[in-house]
Design a protein around this ligand. Sequence first.
Ligand code: ADP
Ligand code: MG
Length: 281
Amino acid sequence: MMTVMLRKGRGGGLAGNAPRLAPEPAGAELPRLSFHQMCLTFPDGTEAVRNVDLEVRRGEFVSLIGPSGCGKSTLLRIASGLLEQTSGEVRCDRADIGYVFQDPTLLPWRTVEENVQLFAELHGLPKNERKARAAEVLELVGLTGSEAKFPKALSGGMRSRVSMARSLLLHPSLFLFDEPFAAIDEINRERLNDSLLKLFGIEKFAGVFVTHSIAEACFLASRVVVMTSRPARVSAIVDVPFPYPRTADLRYDKEFVEITKHVSRLLLDSHLGSRQEAGRS
Ligand code: ADP
Ligand code: MG
């Protein structure tokens, strides 16, 4: 497996020199994703990310929460290589990433099974292996029996499950989620969260999950990272010290509810702090 370090000097623009690649040093299990003093300013001058430090290892699930437009999606795009940071370091294995978006983007002319096999086809996996893996992941996301359905016959929750299964098929060690359940009603969202934690228990990937829901952020994560308004900076990190596997009734645990209140207050402080800063400048 190859991990590359993508380093840019301060002041280098998006159109600057190619990022420096360095081999992964030998040693213990390394973070699957690490950002060090990472910054991104878009070519039009919009500063989206400032000095972000973050490390996520296998078996860790990190939720990112912050105001709309602060730069959360930008962080995931940088991790996946869709965008390049302006300065700082990014370390991750781009060939080994799963990425799930809010819009499941299923191909309407393909069945559930054919949609799930899409990335595996693009990776050139043989047909028999694709079929076996598709059956395996469809069972994991609770869609066995729906293989032959077309996307138009699926609910929003089922489409999200197909989208997760499609990435899961390649067993990525780093899984990025960009508000995948934002458009789904509360009850189905909780079910999807339960399924996602089940997958996490089996696959033990490194998870990074962007959400606006404080309850969802805390229920899924071992760490919740609270971001400031744009430019996104890490405002606070909250540990959620409940072991996995977690069950649905954790949501009603007194200590868990206290943590969600704490995150809620931090988020509010972070909003207010950013506003005051903007007022001064
Ligand atoms: P969010 O936290 O809601 O996911 P984004 O990461 O999508 O926020 O965007 C962060 C900020 O960067 C927003 O203000 C957005 O308008 C801006 N932005 C996103 N893409 C570009 C771009 N290509 N050029 C300039 N500004 C951008
Ligand atoms: Mg976003």
